[in-house]
Design a binder for this molecule. Structure first.
Ligand SMILES: C[S@@+](CC[C@H](N)C(=O)[O-])C[C@H]1O[C@@H](n2cnc3c(N)ncnc32)[C@H](O)[C@@H]1O
Length: 293
């Protein structure tokens, strides 16, 4: 099982009990799901979603012993309302979103998420539909690329990078993560020489977020989940960068003003130093929690 980020904190906030109906909107490697499952049995039900076929396939094998309580759904969490009504569930006792990509996805070069491993430029969570990163870098205009890289990567050197991509594709189709990482490093590398992050990090994040329409999925997904929560029950959202965290914070604030929720975490909860040491992926995690009134 995947090492779940902020596991103890999430379990404390959700406080799942036997018989509860919980939703894991981002199944991934099943780390949070398996912990929740232990707490809601007997009598509980876990609905675990992921857009990634591979995550669902892996979980089918992992959860086979306890499958009575688990429903695995390959869906975009933006459709959480539809998924719940399809499953005959009206109200839920808690929900977790652990955003972004899983380490399985990052480590698999065939998925094209990593600038550290060469592979086809794909980056889709759902490999059966939608445009790929390859489509984006080879067919979008310079302005479109610059805008995506600025907006979703918060990359100051977006124009330089977009120009370099457009120049490079005149010499031939850009097919791999290695090619893209090299183009971006060539364009912006010198600005990153004293920084800890790789020059291609923000550009890869931006293209991934665009390809998977991640920001709008979070908006719709979190709103849908809040609508389904039973009074007194909680939503936990773990995000990994400031853009996502801001969206979550704003939704919670808006819903608070409307009198729908109480904000449980005034400031986001961060992983302990010990957790970051044991699981570097948790480094930039921020957990926000709200409770349905
Ligand atoms: C960080 S991982 C989750 C890890 C999981 N909590 C664990 O402990 O193993 C995020 C997962 O969410 C999935 N995901 C991202 N956006 C999604 C969306 N809009 N709908 C459904 N799944 C999504 C990704 O495919 C990935 O598997």
């Amino acid at each position: 099982m995947h090492l779940p980020v902020l596991k103890e904190e999430v379990l404390d906030f959700l406080d799942p009990e036997p018989g509860d109906i919980l939703v894991d909107a981002t199944l991934g490697g099943g780390g949070h799901s398996s912990e929740i499952l232990k707490r809601i049995m007997p009598g509980g039900r876990l609905i675990a979603m992921d857009r990634d076929h591979e995550a669902i396939r892996r979980a089918r094998l992992a959860f086979k012993d306890s499958e009575k309580g688990v429903t695995l759904v390959r869906e975009d969490f933006r459709n959480i309302k539809r998924v719940l009504s399809g499953e005959g569930v009206e109200k839920i006792d808690g929900v977790i979103f652990d955003l972004g990509m899983s380490s399985y996805q990052l480590d698999d070069n065939s998925r094209g998420f990593s600038f550290m491993k060469d592979g086809p430029l794909d980056m889709r969570f759902d490999t059966s539909s939608g445009i790929t990163a390859m489509d984006v870098v080879n067919s979008f205009t310079r302005n479109e690329l610059a805008e995506i890289i600025r907006e979703y990567g918060e990359e100051k050197h977006n124009n330089l990078i977009a120009r370099a991509i457009v120049e490079a594709r005149k010499r031939g189709y850009i097919r791999t993560t290695g090619q893209l990482a090299e183009i971006v490093s060539g364009a912006a590398g010198r600005w990153y020489s004293r920084q800890k992050i790789h020059p291609a990090c923000r550009t890869f994040q931006a293209i991934r977020m665009y390809v998977n329409a991640e920001m709008s999925a979070v908006e719709h997904g979190v709103e849908g989940a809040l609508g389904a929560l039973r009074s007194g029950k909680r939503i936990c959202v773990i995000s990994f960068h400031s853009l996502e965290d801001r969206v979550v914070k704003n939704i919670f604030r808006r819903e608070k003003k409307l009198g729908h929720v109480k904000i449980v975490t005034k400031k986001p909860v961060l992983p302990s130093r010990q957790e970051v040491y044991g699981n570097p992926r948790s480094r930039s995690a921020k957990l926000r929690v709200a409770e349905r009134v």
